[in-house]
Design a protein around this ligand. Structure first.
Ligand code: OAD
Length: 241
């Protein structure tokens, strides 16, 4: 059985990570959709970094929830499995999702990279003071500003990561596609979900309606941490995946 799971910010909401478009997503009364942009960084990179450093702290202190664990369980049962997550947190990985079965299509919040050259490093292990100093220091190779290793609004996706998704889709239609906790505002998210399902089961887990809702074969209007463990148990009991 081939499975594709697509996740968005809603899957981490019950771990205490604010979604982008929810009311709690605002930071110091600033809209995340406006902070996560190259323009905001060019205007005030220290402010944008402050937001990301606080999000990093919050993610470090958070724990994966039942939805992250259920998705990792499903990955272990399926013959072929890919998770495409728009989340830059590391909660899927911490719930046991292997890197080779996951594409973080919007990057990794713990990556810090140069805004000009290819220099980058992972900051997960660093303490807050050293991290703050490093991200606000210029690139040790070319002296440009360091920036978060995430994809901002209006930026291109990383080609290699897009290729990993395309390669998986090219290998054949999925038997099951689950889309969880995303407003599905990006065309490529809808496109990947539809191309991979192509008439098979497409389940949407989201308390609210989205552009994908009318295309799904099953709508689950519950929170991810409530619905996913049950759905995954049903699936793993229904069939030897
Ligand atoms: P959004 O914040 O746009 O949407 C969160 C979605 O999760 C909404 O549809 C909610 O209804 C749903 N939701 C909230 N709580 C939930 C729960 N407990 N269980 C299930 N669903 C829940 O987040 P995304 O769709 O992930 O991109 O946003 C996509 C991208 O836009 C992000 O990756 C980021 C953002 O700007 C970039 O930074 C490029």
């Amino acid at each position: 059985m081939r499975v594709l799971v697509v996740t968005g910010a809603g899957v981490s909401a019950e771990s205490g990570i604010p979604t982008f478009r929810g009311r709690d997503g605002y930071w110091r009364s600033l809209d995340p959709a406006k902070l996560a942009t190259p323009e905001a960084f060019a205007r005030d990179h220290e402010l944008v970094w402050q937001w990301y450093l606080e999000r990093r702290e919050r993610i470090r202190a958070a724990q994966p929830n039942a939805a992250h664990y259920a998705i990792a369980k499903l990955a272990g049962h399926a013959d072929e499995f890919l998770l495409v997550t728009q989340n830059v947190d590391n909660l899927h990985a911490r719930a046991g999702m292997p890197n080779e079965k996951m594409v973080q299509i919007h990057g990794d919040i713990f990556a810090t990279r140069c805004s000009r050259c290819h220099f980058s490093r992972l900051d997960y292990e660093h303490d807050h003071g050293a991290e703050q100093e490093f991200v606000l220091t210029r690139c040790p190779k070319c002296n440009a500003l360091m920036r978060p290793g995430v994809v901002w609004f209006g930026e291109q996706l990383v080609w290699g990561e897009v290729q990993r998704v395309e390669t998986y889709l090219d290998r054949g239609v999925c038997d099951l596609v689950i889309v969880v906790g995303t407003t599905a505002t990006f065309g490529y998210i809808i496109d990947w979900a539809l191309r991979s399902s192509c008439g098979s089961e497409l389940i949407e887990v989201n308390p609210e309606e989205t552009p994908l809702s009318r295309l799904a074969t099953r709508l689950v209007r519950e929170s991810a941490a409530i619905a996913l463990p049950r759905i995954v148990d049903e699936l793993t009991n229904r069939t030897a995946l």
